[in-house]
Design a protein around this ligand. Sequence first.
Ligand code: SAH
Ligand code: DHB
Ligand code: MG
Length: 221
Amino acid sequence: MEQIWADVDKYHDQTLVKPNAEFVNLQNALIEAELPPISVTPSLGKLLELLVRFHGSRRVLEVGTLGGYSTAWFAKALPANGYLLTLEIEPKHAAIARKNLDRLAFPCQLEIKVGDAVQSLKELHESQARPFDLIFIDADKSQYPDYLDWCIKLARKGSMIIADNVVREGAIIDERSEDLSVQGVRRFNEAVSRDPRLQATAIQTVGAKGHDGFCVIYVDK
Ligand code: SAH
Ligand code: DHB
Ligand code: MG
């Protein structure tokens, strides 16, 4: 990774993003808990917060909680009548997230559901959950196509779906890649491409986490 990318991220954090002490403490708590350093960067977290605000989202669904860092940016944006559901397969991750998010005491209702996200999404659909306004896909990259199918069912006309890590240092363009994450995201892109209900773009990013990117989808169903 180029040092300048991390330095510019740091500069933007200091000038524009300005994560408050609670967000900095949360990042430190996740390092102390020895979670992998794969949470969204502060600048992407801030973008997620702003998207919730621009879009006026009230119901946010997240697939992949880890320590709850991206979750916290969503929770910061949601009003008291907002609802945030985040799905996590690892009980240990969910427990760390729960502890840290409770400390931040956000006004919205915040639930962490432990289990395989595909199963949880299926159950949500079967229980006729109200549609979500904004959905963030960020769990197992090899399962992105499955998450997408269920997330479309849980969306409404005008919902926004954002998928993280869709570039992977450029590996995404290697159609012969044997990396299951790359294959998963390529199948995800193909599914988006052939679905007439979806309009999408992807933005490459460089920063403290190297070269990656995210996909933004508009649901028209
Ligand atoms: N969104 C977080 C980072 C998530 S990392 C942030 O930016 O702060 C990906 C998470 O997805 C990990 O915690 C991993 O345990 C979880 N995960 C992997 N496979 C999953 C599955 N099938 N269902 C639910 N969660 C899963
Ligand atoms: C990985 C997962 C992420 O969600 C991320 O933002 C970066 C890396 C990973 O599994 O390697
Ligand atoms: Mg990610």
